[in-house]
Design a binder for this molecule. Sequence first.
Ligand code: B12
Ligand code: SF4
Ligand code: SF4
Length: 336
Amino acid sequence: MATSKLRHTVSLRDALGSVGIESWAPVRGQPLDAWLDGARAAVGAEAGAWGLDSVECAVAVALPYDPRPLSPPAEPGRFGSVAAFASEHRYATLSRVLRAAAARLAADRGLPRSATRVAVNSRLPEKPLAVAAGLGFAGRSSLVVTRDYGPACVLGALLLSFDPGDDQERGALIPEAFTPGALCGDCRACVDACPTGAIAVPGAGRPGLDLQLCIQYWAGGQGVDPEGAPDTVRNAWGSRVYGCDICVRACPLSAGATLPGADGLSPADRARALSAVDERRPGAWLDLGHLERLDDPGIRFFFRGTALGFSWLGPGHIRANIGLAARMFDSGRRRY
Ligand code: B12
Ligand code: SF4
Ligand code: SF4
């Protein structure tokens, strides 16, 4: 798309920096075309709504978080945990700041807002875009291990129907970066840490992640019933209400998100400061007794606007997660 001004004053770096994004990289040319082909296949009829045919530059973005466990509240009670990516609504925060950056880029070029699209936890292939951009490589856990934060980050994409120019590309590391585990070397920390054996042992034949064994597949997967999870998963459930931080926490490269800089703040601390007050819900610890007493409208109200409020995760699913967490808590199996 041609811009209405010959010169612009707001670069990609300005726009993303002004909203607090520290890790990002653009994809253009042939790598972008290859990604767009995959994206069209992934979203099918929604390709038009995403404006995929007019994308000239796609920017992959990572927002870090701290995956380490917080101590449960000191007061007596039965508490269930929510994983770090969802205890505060990181997807909402990233989406909001990217929309602000996109609006600034478009306005500076005299373009309508529709010249930009933002994708966060969407149906678009966000992990392959991050790898194509050179933000990181596909880890054994199947998560993108970013250079800056390891897997301890959520990902997003800014799709632009113009080329913002002037910013350097990193480019994918090497083709192997797209194959889960190929660049992990001898490390198998996530394989060993996963409580259900969901992550393939190197050289064992079975590739990637076994979804049927992943706790979060059953806690947050679309259309699955957590009560139907295999015993291996139910026995390792702990008192989780939603999410599992174990493979992220185990990765040595996640230290990049939590190591404090000279000012005492880590990238995860700075990213957390971007959250609006209403994005800091539902919190890392939830009172299981209270949740067990809620009816469906009560559950909907409690989780509205949080990462557990997505339409596909109805109150019945959340109630089943709560029931499993409460049973595990009461039987003393409280691993988080
Ligand atoms: C469905 C989904 C899940 C499912 C299935 C995950 C899976 N690994 O298959 C469940 C519910 C289990 C899940 C769990 C989690 N998820 Co999730 N999930 C998604 C979602 C919405 C879609 C992914 C998907 O299935 N796409 C469709 C398939 C066909 O595409 P694909 O995964 O890219 O795989 C294809 C190819 O790309 C290739 N491939 C396979 N694996 C990989 C890995 C890489 C890196 C590459 C390049 C290619 C590749 O083979 C596939 C066939 O073509 C994405 C958002 C998104 N749009 O990517 C988040 C996303 C992957 N999840 C995310 C997170 C944070 C998590 C959890 C850590 C949350 C938690 N704490 O509980 C766990 C981690 C579990 C794990 N070890 O993967 C982040 C990952 C961030 C990162 N650094 O990588 C994402 C990107 C959301 C976001 N925007 O930040 N998730
Ligand atoms: S999210 Fe939990 S259960 Fe799933 S692969 Fe990671 S460690 Fe294993
Ligand atoms: S923990 Fe090790 S094996 Fe797993 S993704 Fe990180 S680097 Fe790769």
